[in-house]
Design a protein around this ligand. Structure first.
Ligand SMILES: NC(=O)C1=CN([C@@H]2O[C@H](COP(=O)(O)OP(=O)(O)OC[C@H]3O[C@@H](n4cnc5c(N)ncnc54)[C@H](OP(=O)(O)O)[C@@H]3O)[C@@H](O)[C@H]2O)C=CC1
Ligand SMILES: O=C(O)C1=N[C@H](C(=O)O)C[C@H](O)C1
Length: 250
């Protein structure tokens, strides 16, 4: 069987460099390009890549994806910064290249995907829900893509089940004291030397709390998800948002 030809964009970065090693080690894949900032995207087209793994920055991702989609190169995207406007723009590009698949995964680690699922399931049963994400201090954005997605899933689940707005009688003396508001769910971002990528979902009801916590202790936690995404995206035209769609989760 021929190997999948894979390129990594952002190959010199924290997660990109780990992805390069993971693709090189995968028996069913061949690393055909490893691009950093300043490398010409034409190299990507010339490499014959079937799939590009996009792990750059929110400022670079749209241009890179536009190039990939125009050249019929499938993409597995971990880069953050997704807004409705950006997704609509990507949708327009994909409409012109309907065979091409793009997976955007706010988080590639199985534990983080499960935390999102559990939070979504639990949210309607508690009056209060807050999300705390904790990352290394070199992270470029806040809140994390994972926390934003988690809060969106929580809010949608509560809306579907007719949950009341969260109780909160606080009058804040300082802006930001209650975190960011993502669809009505408070999201707090911690940046701390020594951490990698962590998240807690705090749920509170009458006389009880439930805490869901996930810890990525090493960038290797994201690699099985990236490799799964590469294998599956070639058969999934259009946009897939969230790795859960490629997992057999009940
Ligand atoms: N979905 C997931 O599971 C995960 C997602 N992420 C996300 O991935 C992204 C990268 O994170 P991280 O590795 O920590 O960040 P880094 O800053 O370590 O890496 C980003 C890399 O991309 C390079 N780069 C920037 N622009 C381009 C470009 N146009 N073409 C090619 N390379 C480019 C940078 O080069 P230079 O240094 O020269 O600027 C840098 O080497 C972030 O958005 C992060 O949130 C991270 C971990 C897991
Ligand atoms: O920048 C990181 O490190 C991470 N970014 C992603 C995010 O913003 O959710 C995924 C993970 O949290 C690591």
């Amino acid at each position: 069987m021929s190997k999948l030809r894979v390129a990594v964009l952002g190959a010199g970065g924290r997660i990109g460099s780990e992805a390069v090693r993971a693709v090189e080690a995968a028996e069913d894949m061949e690393l055909v390009a490893a691009l950093g900032r300043g490398d010409k995207l034409e190299t990507l087209a010339e490499s014959g890549a079937q799939v590009a793994v996009e792990l750059t920055t929110p400022a670079s991702v749209m241009g890179n994806l536009d190039f990939c989609v125009r050249h019929g190169i499938h993409a597995v995207v971990g880069t953050t910064g997704w807004t409705d406007e950006r997704l609509a723009q990507l949708g327009t590009s994909l409409a012109a290249s309907p065979e091409t698949g793009v997976l955007i995964a706010p988080n590639f680690s199985i534990g983080a995907v499960l935390t999102m699922k559990f939070a979504e399931a639990a949210a309607p049963y508690f009056e209060s829900v807050e999300v705390i994400e904790l990352h290394h201090p070199n992270k470029v954005d806040a809140p994390s893509g994972t926390a934003t997605r988690t809060a969106q899933l929580i809010a949608a689940a509560r809306e579907r089940s007719g949950s009341a707005p969260q109780p909160d009688a606080t009058v804040t003396a300082l802006d930001g004291a209650r975190g960011a508001d993502v669809d009505g769910v408070p999201v707090h971002a911690v940046r701390l030397r020594g951490l990698l990528a962590h998240q807690e979902v705090l749920l509170g009801g009458e006389g009880e709390t439930l805490t869901l916590r996930h810890d990525s202790l090493h960038h290797s936690s994201f690699m099985p998800g990236i490799l799964l995404g590469v294998r599956r995206v070639v058969g999934a035209p259009g946009l897939t948002f969230g790795l859960e769609h490629f997992l057999d989760l009940k």
